[in-house]
Structures are given as structure tokens and as C-alpha cells.
Design a protein around this ligand. Structure first.
Ligand code: ARG
Ligand code: ASP
Length: 659
């Protein structure tokens, strides 16, 4: 049974994919290589992934917990996004050394800054273990065995297609990763939250790190005696640039997609979940923005919080628009109808829908908790309270407590409320009055009995929900039972597609495992008659430049450079003017986690660093629309120019392989 299944799955991979949709497993890329080569790729499947020789996978890392990075020198030099290195850059910043604002350029190896808790993981190999597990081996045994194979080895068994296939991923983890360079935020975060998810884009979203190893080139805890890691492979950097239509490949760690969800879940996302989260966050962002506008110190204090809340808030808005525009719900319904007809297994869908209805109140309440009561800290450290800014911060914090309790009380209509909260509101007279009381306790006495009881009450509800759903994961709408049913449904979908020899191979949902996506540099029609070109330039930065607006206030050095046009080798002619390319668009299928991923040309040379998608793309986690879904990359030539001309760190280019 399993055997035939596996063969079927493999056959499916041979079918040509619809346009550029897809996030493919590198070890199975041989099935796609024909299509890739037809679209312009010049290398082989072995160049992408091999366990016998150095391949491109040896130059890609999972950077920290949720970004991608790439090796660009034989001495461990690594590129990722500025927003991925942000915490590290921030942790080294102080009023005297404000690297976030002014940038950081290590002038020598000794100046490279170690980062506690930051690691990178290289994929040693991946292999399917479905058969081993079917034969009785447990994931724990498989992992234990793999981790014993080498120093710093970390292994995981990951499910594909809701558990229809199991893959072992063996990584080698390096824990000594040092900050080498970062542009000023006015370049690395240019456009800030205003331009986030937006094209045209002009963000120099990159930072530079270096991986260090012990003298034997193996992983080692931080030590001044460590030496730059010599990777099996690093990417050559193309200085020739890209043009519309050029082949692009992206190699990285996409975090989460949900292509195979039930129509009911699509409806829930578009009509209930996203709108609820957007509404709650709109109010939260309003409170924070007001505080930020009142005092520059508060602007800084809430900067990271605001950015994090705003990022998903904006994404969800695009997602709802996209789902509506594409009619994803209606399409799913139709697919389900045809699935039942073609396979005769309408029962699995009925069961799924039944379980969905049962799980809904629990899932919804968990989402609501996560956006309200679980956002509060219920205490402040002595350090926070000693900060002179705290007096001013209090008003905003109180407002955030009120908002959280009000929203929770108003929206928690599906499950019995938390006893402590219900009693507290009853006694205080209103959610706001109760929130005030809780806030005052959080300031005065975080150990107060009432606070402890409240936290216990919240935890108890959370535990109950987790028990009812049978899963700790909030990643997708799921429950233990739904996962079982999804496995059967997705297996059916795959058999059905194979039986009908339909175009459009299936690929497993992203789950923070290494994937390949390929496509091309391309603009798109943003709106009727409004075409968006795929390339932006320094002139666009200058046009947006405004010293009065924080997000658009560029460093003087960039203005000077533009005035003199002294771009050196980084200058190009576009439409008869001399300028520098900044960002570009491509059709690669990406999602969160792909930030920092290398964008490679047909020869496997680095042409850009991925960092975002367009506003109209953000439903691609659920439905990918090849006509408008675009990922956004920073052009590697802009990165090199900033390193060279703004950072004065041209010596870093000496260790790269420039082509
Ligand atoms: N939207 C991108 C992503 O999802 C970039 C986020 C960081 N940039 C920002 N302005 N907040 O991660
Ligand atoms: N900005 C995202 C990231 O940080 C990428 C995306 O969602 O397109 O991974």
C-alpha cells in the first residue's frame, strides 16, 4: 500500500507545474529540473542538492529561528536581511554606539561582534523515512541516530502532506555567528512600515555576519580562538544584474503555507479570523502610534513592538483582499464538489467539515486570547520602572490593558469566559475598570494574588483548548482529528490529480524546511492599466527622501553620492540616466522565513536577497496567483555599493567571488 503510494507521489512530481507556483524539496529537485532548464536554468539537480559533493545547499542556512542566510565567501561571510539581523544589531547598540541608526562596519576581524543565542544551521542531508517509520522506528530513534553522526548535528523528522510522507532533516548547527556589517536603518529599513509589503520599494534590507568554527572547522561555542568557518560551498556574486524575464531561483526556508485547507477554513480566515485580528490590531497600533508621536523616546521604546504588530496586520489585509478577489472560497467549494464526485470519498470532506465545526470555538478563542490577554505582561521589571520614560509610558500601557480586556470581553462569545475575568469585570463594573485594576497591580505588585489567579485562569482555558483540539500548534486551523482527516483528503487529492493527469504538480506545504522556488524577474499589472516595472533605482530613493519623515530620511552620504553620481563600478545606465539599481520583483513563490534567501540567476550566482512580497501577493500562502504574486528582493549591486561607498568596507568585497 505505502509502496504504491510513494510511487504515485513521485509520479506526480513529474507533471509540469502551473506557472511558477511551488516550493520544492531539494532532494527531489531532479523531478523539476527539466522544467527549470526549459525556463533558463543552466545547472543540474546535483548542483542544487547532493550528498556526495559540495552543492548549493551547503551555502544556504537557516538563520536564527525564522530567516534564511547565504554564504558568500570561503571565510564564512554571510548575508541576510537587515530585519533578520535587527535583534543582533540592536543588542550591540547604545546611545554612544547607535549601530541601528548609524550602521556598523567591522574594520577588522577582531571587531566582528559575537551574538549570544544566535545560530545558523546548514542542511547536511535530507531523506524520506516514511518506510522506516511504517516499519516501526520512531521519530525519536531516527533523530537520535542521526544526531550521533557528527558534531553540532541537529535532526528533525518533518511531515509532508499532513503526514503522508515523513522526511528526516539533518542539520549542522554553528553557534558562533558574528555581526560584520549593517547599513544605517535609514537604508536597511528605508520606507519602514509605510513601504512594508509595498512596491515600488527602495529598502536596502541586508546585513552581514560571519560564521566562526573551532580550529578543526567544526561547530564550537564562542571563543576568541575560533576561526572563520570554511564552508563546503559559497555563492559567487553576479555584478551583471538582472533584467525583466531573467530566470531566478530562490533557495531558502519558507515557514508556513496552507494550500490544501478546507473551504470552510478559507471562509473562516477571510471572514472571521483575519478581520478580528486586523480590528484588534488597528486599535492597538493606534494606541502605540499616539504614544510614539507624543515623545521621541516613546517612539524608540515602541518601535520594535509597532513593527511586529504592523507587519502581520498589513499582511492579513492584503490576504483578505486577495482571497476575495480570487474567489478562493468558491474555488475550494468547487474543488471539493468535484473531488467527492471523482473519488467517491465525499465522506472525508463531510467528516472534516464536522470536525471543523466542533473545533471552531476553541480555535477562535485561542486566536482571540493570543491577540488580547496573552499580549499583556502582567508585570514590569524594576529596570523598566526606573526608566524616566516610564511615567509617560504608563498612559499608553494602561490603554493597552483596557483594550485587551474590552476586546476579549466583547468578542469571546463562543466559549465560557475565564471565571476570574468574569468575576473581576462583574466586581469592577466594566472591562475597562477591571483592566485598570489589573494594570495598577501589574505596576505596583506583580506578585499579587489576584494577578496570579488571573494568569492561572488564562492558562487553564488555554490548556482546555489545547486538550480539545489535541494539538499545541496554532500554525494552521487544525486539530488532531482534522490532521488525520487532512492526511486522507490530501492523499485523495494527489491520487485524483494523478489519475486525471492534470497539469499542476502538488508540493507539500511550507514548514520551515529547505525549499527551491523558481521563476523569473517580472513586473505585473497592479491595477487596470497600471503596470508596475520590476526594477527600482536610487533615483526613487531620492524622490522619496524627506528629512521630516522618519521612514524616508536618508543618510547625507547617500544624497552626496547621488549628487556627484560617483557610483564607481556600481553605476548603470537605465533609460539614458546614470543610476544604481535598488530592488527588483520576481515570480518566485515565497513566504515568511524566505527573508534573507538568496536569489540566484541561471548560473547559480547571487543576484539579490529576498525580503518581502507585494501587497497583492499575501494570499499566496493559501492561493498563489501567478499573474500578480511577486516576491521583492534587494538587488545585490545596491548591497555591494552600500558596503563599498557608504560603509567604506570595500575590503569585504575582496573575499567575495565577484562575477
Ligand atoms: N514584510 C516583510 C516580512 O514579512 C518585512 C518585515 C520587516 N519590515 C518592516 N518594515 N517591518 O517579514
Ligand atoms: N518578509 C517575510 C520574511 O521575513 C517574507 C515574506 O513574507 O514574503 O520572511
Amino acid at each position: 500500500m505505502k509502496r504504491t503510494l510513494l510511487t504515485l507521489f513521485t509520479l506526480l512530481l513529474l507533471a509540469p507545474a502551473k506557472a511558477d507556483e511551488g516550493m520544492w524539496l531539494p532532494s527531489l529537485i531532479a523531478h523539476r529540473i527539466g522544467d527549470m532548464r526549459a525556463k533558463g536554468f543552466r545547472l543540474t539537480a546535483d548542483d542544487i542538492y547532493s550528498i556526495n559533493k559540495a552543492s548549493m545547499k551547503d551555502a544556504v542556512v537557516l538563520f536564527g529561528g525564522g530567516c534564511t542566510g547565504e554564504l558568500i565567501s570561503a571565510e564564512g561571510l554571510l548575508l541576510t536581511n537587515h530585519h533578520c539581523g535587527y535583534d543582533a544589531i540592536q543588542s550591540h547598540s547604545s546611545v554612544e554606539h547607535d549601530y541601528l541608526t548609524h550602521g556598523f562596519w567591522a574594520r577588522a576581524r577582531e571587531e566582528e561582534l559575537p551574538n549570544k543565542g544566535l545560530n545558523v544551521k546548514f542542511l547536511v542531508r535530507m531523506e524520506e523515512v516514511t518506510d522506516r517509520m511504517a516499519a516501526g522506528e520512531t521519530a525519536e530513534e531516527i533523530v537520535r541516530q542521526a544526531e550521533a553522526e557528527g558534531r553540532g548535528y541537529k535532526a528533525r523528522v518533518e511531515q509532508m502532506y499532513y503526514g503522508n510522507q515523513q522526511f528526516l532533516f539533518v542539520y549542522q548547527q554553528f553557534d558562533d555567528v558574528r555581526l560584520v556589517a549593517a547599513p544605517p536603518s535609514s537604508i536597511g529599513k528605508f520606507g519602514g512600515d509605510t513601504d512594508n509589503w509595498i512596491w515600488p520599494r527602495h529598502t536596502g534590507d541586508f546585513s552581514v555576519f560571519r560564521v566562526y568554527a573551532g580550529p578543526d572547522n567544526q561547530p564550537a561555542a564562542y571563543s576568541p580562538d575560533n576561526i572563520p568557518y570554511r564552508p563546503r560551498r559559497h555563492f559567487a556574486v553576479s555584478t551583471k544584474g538582472v533584467e525583466e524575464g531573467d530566470f531566478t531561483m530562490i533557495y531558502g526556508f519558507p515557514g508556513n503555507t496552507q494550500q490544501y485547507i478546507l473551504s470552510d477554513v478559507v471562509k473562516y480566515i477571510a471572514e472571521t479570523s483575519d478581520p478580528m485580528k486586523i480590528a484588534i490590531r488597528t486599535r492597538r497600533l493606534g494606541i502605540i502610534a499616539e504614544a510614539q508621536a507624543s515623545d521621541p523616546a516613546l517612539r524608540i521604546c515602541y518601535a520594535a513592538k509597532h513593527a511586529t504588530i504592523a507587519n502581520a496586520w498589513k499582511k492579513w489585509q492584503g490576504e483578505v483582499l486577495g482571497i476575495d478577489r480570487l474567489g478562493t472560497y468558491a474555488k475550494k467549494l468547487e474543488t471539493e464538489r468535484r473531488f467527492a464526485e471523482a473519488t467517491g470519498d465525499g465522506e472525508v470532506l463531510q467528516e472534516l467539515k464536522k470536525e471543523f465545526a466542533r473545533a471552531l470555538p476553541y480555535y477562535y478563542t485561542r486566536e482571540l486570547l493570543a491577540e488580547t490577554l496573552l499580549t499583556l505582561a502582567y508585570g514590569y521589571t524594576a529596570e523598566e520602572k526606573a526608566d524616566p520614560i516610564f511615567a509617560e509610558r504608563e498612559a499608553a500601557e494602561r490603554a493597552l490593558y483596557r483594550q485587551a480586556f474590552e476586546e476579549y470581553a466583547a468578542r469571546n462569545t463562543l466559549l465560557p469566559t475565564i471565571a476570574e475575568v468574569a468575576a473581576g469585570i462583574e466586581q469592577a463594573g466594566s472591562p475597562a475598570a477591571y483592566a485598570d485594576r489589573i494594570f495598577e497591580l501589574a505596576v505596583a505588585d506583580p506578585k499579587a494574588e489576584e494577578l496570579t489567579a488571573l494568569k492561572k485562569g488564562i492558562a487553564a482555558l488555554h490548556t482546555r483548548i489545547v486538550d480539545e483540539l489535541g494539538t499545541k500548534s496554532l500554525r494552521n486551523f487544525n486539530s488532531a482529528r482534522m490532521n488525520e482527516l487532512y492526511a486522507r483528503y490530501v492523499e485523495g487529492l494527489r491520487r485524483w490529480a494523478a489519475a486525471e493527469k492534470r497539469e499542476g504538480a502538488m508540493f507539500p506545504d511550507a514548514n520551515l524546511t529547505l525549499r527551491v522556488a523558481y521563476g523569473k524577474v517580472a513586473g505585473y499589472e497592479y491595477a487596470d492599466g497600471e503596470y508596475h516595472k520590476p526594477l527600482t533605482t536610487l533615483d526613487g530613493i531620492i524622490a522619496k527622501d524627506n528629512p521630516e519623515i522618519y521612514d524616508y530620511d536618508i543618510p547625507q552620504s547617500l544624497r552626496d553620492l547621488h549628487a556627484t553620481k560617483d557610483y564607481g563600478r556600481w553605476g548603470v545606465e537605465i533609460d539614458g540616466r546614470r543610476t544604481v539599481p535598488v530592488c527588483f520583483l520576481a515570480t518566485n513563490h515565497t513566504t515568511g522565513g524566505n527573508s534573507g534567501s538568496p536569489i540566484l540567476n541561471a548560473r547559480g550566482e547571487l543576484v539579490g536577497i529576498n525580503f518581502d512580497r507585494t501587497w497583492r501577493s499575501t494570499m499566496s500562502d493559501i492561493e498563489f496567483d501567478p499573474t500578480i504574486c511577486r516576491n521583492i528582493a534587494v538587488d545585490i549591486r545596491y548591497v555591494l555599493m552600500v558596503i563599498d561607498r557608504i560603509g567604506g568596507a570595500g575590503y569585504l568585497l575582496d573575499e567575495m567571488t565577484l562575477r
